[in-house]
Ligand binder design. Sequence first.
Ligand code: SF4
Length: 331
Amino acid sequence: MKEILQSYPAYRRRQAEEAVFQRLIEDWDEATNLPLDLRQKLKSACPLGVKAEVLASARGDSAKAAIELSDGAVIETVLMRHQSGRNTICLSSQVGCPGACAFCATGQMGFVRQLTAEEIVAQILFFSRLLKKEGGRISSAVFMGMGEPLLNYREVMLAVDCLNDRNKFNIGARHISLSTIGIPVGIERLSREKKQINLAFSLHAPDDALRGRLIPLARQHPLREILAALKNYIDATGRRVMVEYVLLDGVNDSPPAARDLARLLRQSLERLFFVNLISFNPTLRYRPTTPQKMKIFQSTLEREGIAVTCRYRFGEDIDGACGQLAGRKKP
Ligand code: SF4
């Protein structure tokens, strides 16, 4: 788009961007304020269609799109509708994922390729257009879909800028979150950015041995290294980090695990963090913890002085865990 618009006056670029990001046109023919020759060039060089298959949750609180990219790869994007009327989009940053997490369908697909910023933005455009038809908009975005966002740093940051841009999706930085399994160099890079986005760290185990079994990629970075990078991030930005912990039945959900987790976090992060306990969507060989065990885990952490939240289980009936839908299609 930029290349084509270079030879036109600057206001044409503003008009084109306004048509794509604010009016959310699906075809350049709808941008009637642009001259016909420009529309035709844009139509052939940057078509606006997004090829997708949508599954809506029976409860109506979420929808998942399997988006087919130009090379035939399939990624997934989830829209979560909150009762308050807010809408959160869960974005993918890679096709497949090198994380290889044992409890995640995407992880079993392996890593295929990085997404471009445009392919990340296409996910947002797709659901923005859908919501526009019912008078809604996306109010927050999380990079928690397929892929490890800090391993696709540049493209993810370009997409973040587009989400945040007042003239594009206009989503406040504080409503944009990025979830990582812990890439120290990426965390350090992020702590130098002047962005107010949120950072979540997927910990899932209180020690390296269990973590290495659940998240094979984590074997490359011992917890001490990751937690040191997170501590620097907290000190540099003054921002709170969310520590995500998915509770797997009989694997990491015991009260001693909760106590080890509390000790580890208190000692290494000291301040400005909280734990988010995630009730797991059953996949592959793991089962979710029971509500009773989750309660005990939560109160054990709280007794140890740790702030805890529990995530509502969105979209279980449409295979809400990352990679479950795309995993059934050929990437
Ligand atoms: S849980 Fe996240 S990091 Fe792990 S394999 Fe799945 S997509 Fe990758």
